[in-house]
Design a protein around this ligand. Structure first.
Ligand code: FE
Length: 221
């Protein structure tokens, strides 16, 4: 798989692939040094920085992808366009730019579960998912997702039927993936906004499933 993992000229400049384990690469060292200096001089509050990262990792970033998924669940014509040319279909929402130029949508079905990794570093579809979570960039996830995807999924709380095939996709500078999770039963007739609200970041990486919130389950009884 890694033979077609081409981190070519389009890749983030200064984004080293030499790092393994906990060793910091040059960019990370510079960022840490800058953060320490700014904090020391009282120019930034580290808690505020954490807050900003959290917003892009969890709140703003993945909400874009969630809107794509909700549209694909409710509009068969849109799903068709997403299958034919995901980059163009995603651009209909205005979600374009760096690290999202060449997108492929991977549809989860009862037969096939797709899961995304970047074995070499942290390639990730920024325009639809925001910043990659720390675990996505970690050496254990990057190696184990390929070697033992089922065990990794179990650690994320995802248990799939034995006969569901797990396909692991290696992101590169050229191709970024958005997993289209399965729409949960019990959401028939839901609005696109309501559907988007239950789509999680992890479900769009393939390390999570979309489930009904407890309140909706109770309401459906
Ligand atoms: Fe990468």
């Amino acid at each position: 798989m890694s033979s077609d993992h081409n981190h070519g000229a389009g890749h983030d400049a200064g984004h080293s692939h030499e790092h393994e384990g906990s060793a910091l690469d040059a960019t990370e060292l510079r960022v840490r040094a800058l953060e320490s200096l700014l904090t020391e001089k009282g120019l930034v509050d580290p808690a505020a920085l954490d807050e900003i990262v959290d917003i892009y990792e969890n709140r703003i970033g993945p909400r874009n992808g969630a809107r794509i998924v909700a549209r694909a669940w409710t509009d068969p014509a849109y799903l068709g366009r997403l299958r034919a040319d995901a980059s163009a279909a995603i651009a209909e929402f205005g979600f374009t730019g760096r690290q999202g130029e060449d997108m492929v949508a991977l549809e989860n079905t009862p037969e096939i579960h797709n899961m995304v990794v970047c074995t070499l570093c942290s390639c990730y579809p920024w325009p639809v998912l925001g910043l990659p979570p720390v675990w996505y960039k970690s050496a254990p996830y990057r190696s184990r997702a390929v070697i033992e995807p089922r065990a990794v999924l179990a650690e994320f709380g995802v248990a799939l039927p034995d006969d569901t095939e797990i396909r692991v996709w290696d992101s590169t500078a050229e191709l970024r993936y958005l997993v289209l999770p399965m729409r949960p039963a019990g959401t028939e007739g839901w609005s696109e906004d309501a559907l988007a609200a239950i789509v999680t970041r992890d479900s769009m990486i393939g390390t999570g499933l979309v489930t009904l919130p407890e309140t909706a389950r109770e309401a459906g009884r």
